[in-house]
Design a protein around this ligand. Sequence first.
Ligand SMILES: [Cu+2]
Length: 269
Amino acid sequence: MSGNSNCRFHRLACNFLDDGVVAAGSGLAHERSPSRARSDLVAAWFRSSAAIVSIISLAACAGPLSALQPEGPAARGTATLWWSMLIGAAVIFLAVLAISALAILRPAVVASFGARRTILWGGLIVPTVILTILVIAAFALGERLLATPREEMPLRIDVTARQWNWEFRYPGGESTANKVRIPVGEDVDFALTSEDVIHGFWIPRLGGKLDAIPGHTNVIRLRADRPGTYGGVCAEYCGTGHAVMPFTVEAVSREEFYSVPAQSAELRP
Ligand SMILES: [Cu+2]
């Protein structure tokens, strides 16, 4: 039984190699034995694929809108959760592959585990444990974004979204458009509302997103740990101009923030 499965698996693998890989590299196969050439080609194919996948994935990990390049406590929590989920998903994927391979190569081993136990562990216990951990982690991270009352409330910036721009109003009454300036190392409460439809306020490198809803105010608390310019976007489709609704966040030292008028930030390139 297991011998037959083994052969079937081997035939499938050989067909795949004959059709897809060896044909493409037949020029190389002349100088070595066919099996050696085949294994070299497979190794080269895996190396190239791994390199391409790594380059593409890592290229997407950086940039002004990358949530995987966090610069604040809220964003760092989100990035940690993302990496944990990626690693967890990879482990589960590999476990499923291993069990699938075991089912093909050694079906008796898998069968001996029993249907009831498989359903109990695979369908109930393992998913429940994983989902419980994720829910607890997500609640803990969400807590960090809440603008909970405290003795000395942080700086509050009123944000009004409209089709298709953002207006930022500071405590002193001055306002800027599509560019907001905040002090480094200090919590800032962004009080969001909208004049028309629902928009989504999102500064990926500083934290999660929150909706700006007409007639309602939502507050999100964010902090930048380092000076710099961070990108922000509307994360909720809001009409034909949705794609041209980005804004920038300039995190400057506290001294500069409190001494230079915020509107001058708009005049800088
Ligand atoms: Cu929008």
